[in-house]
Design a protein around this ligand. Structure first.
Ligand code: CP
Ligand code: NVA
Length: 297
């Protein structure tokens, strides 16, 4: 267990996984486990968390809201359509004003550059709640789910099949910090930047300890639906592909899932699926993240 002298997340932003060093990522996972065992520790009495979400969300929105409440604080939903920003107030002015009311803000938006603007202008910690480029909170929950099941992360083989999405980018970047290896299989033109990618999904899945996939049509890609379904069809995670993985291998999916597209219903809801534990771990890692960014630990 690390002590507070080893890490200094207080006051920082989490925009990309590369904002973290290994000890910080480990500290988030360790505190998440502690908070999972003792969920009602009021580490952040009176803290205010803004949720500025320009895209749909079920898990991220609710796990952040429930999490800050369990820590003794409150979440404030900030739908862009209800703010003056949708009538032309600038992002810098919005961020500066909100920083006078809130202690921390989670932002879900399309362009990563917009999130970086929030980081530049807000004077409070800014958390990436998903952009087109990265989904770091998801990766932290996925790493915790793997660590829970395998017992450690060092040397674990993670196979990704399908679209080279924002989730894959963060999962692979976190693997570089925590010692697990990610091999992705994606079709040409759908590779994630900076991630080791093969073409054949069977090559990625062979002997893997964990097999992960994501929707073939991420938010903002709806116009590319037909082209994406065509290209990604051979990358569906089904029982035959999963049979190539290690006998103890399990399946992760960030959700929402589209049974019959990126994964079959048999796989998603079968005995080797860890998707509900994975979804639950969003709550625990984000509570840990909030406590560390706000200096409560
Ligand atoms: N996995 C995830 O981020 O889910 P939501 O889009 O429902 O928040
Ligand atoms: N890649 C998906 C993840 C959803 C949680 C998207 O960006 O829509």
């Amino acid at each position: 267990m690390l002590n507070s002298l080893d890490i200094s997340l207080a006051g920082r932003d989490l925009l990309r996984i590369s904002d973290l060093v290994p000890a910080e990522a480990e500290a988030i996972l360790d505190l998440a486990v502690e908070l999972r065992e003792q969920p009602k520790q009021p580490l952040l009495p009176g803290a205010t968390l803004g949720l500025y979400f320009s895209k749909h969300s079920t898990r991220t929105r609710v796990s952040f809201s429930a999490g800050i409440a369990q820590l003794g604080g409150v979440a404030i939903a900030l739908s862009p359509e209800e703010l003056q920003i949708s009538r032309g107030e600038s992002l810098p002015d919005t961020a500066r004003a909100l920083s006078r009311y809130l202690d921390v803000i989670a932002v879900r938006t399309h362009a990563h550059a917009e999130l970086e603007e929030w980081g530049e202008w807000a004077t409070i910690p800014v958390i990436n709640a998903l952009t087109a480029d990265e989904h770091p909170c998801q990766a932290l929950a996925d790493a915790l789910t793997i660590r829970d099941r395998v017992g450690s992360l060092e040397g674990v083989r993670v196979a990704w099949v399908g679209d080279g999405s924002n989730v894959l980018v963060s999962l692979a970047a976190l693997g570089e910090l925590l010692g697990y290896e990610v091999v992705a299989a994606s079709p040409a033109g759908f590779e994630a930047p900076g991630v080791e990618t093969v073409r054949d999904p069977r090559e990625a899945a062979a002997g893997a300890d964990v097999v992960v996939t994501d929707t073939w049509i991420s938010m903002g890609q709806e116009d590319e639906r037909d082209e994406r379904l065509r290209a990604l069809e051979p990358y569906r995670l089904d029982d035959a592909l999963l049979a190539l993985a290690s006998p103890d291998a399990f399946v992760l999916h960030c959700l929402p899932a589209h049974p019959g597209e990126e994964a079959t219903a048999d796989v998603l809801y079968g005995p080797r699926s860890a998707i509900w534990d994975e979804a639950e771990n969003r709550l625990h890692v984000q509570k840990a993240l909030l406590a560390l960014l706000l200096g409560a630990r």
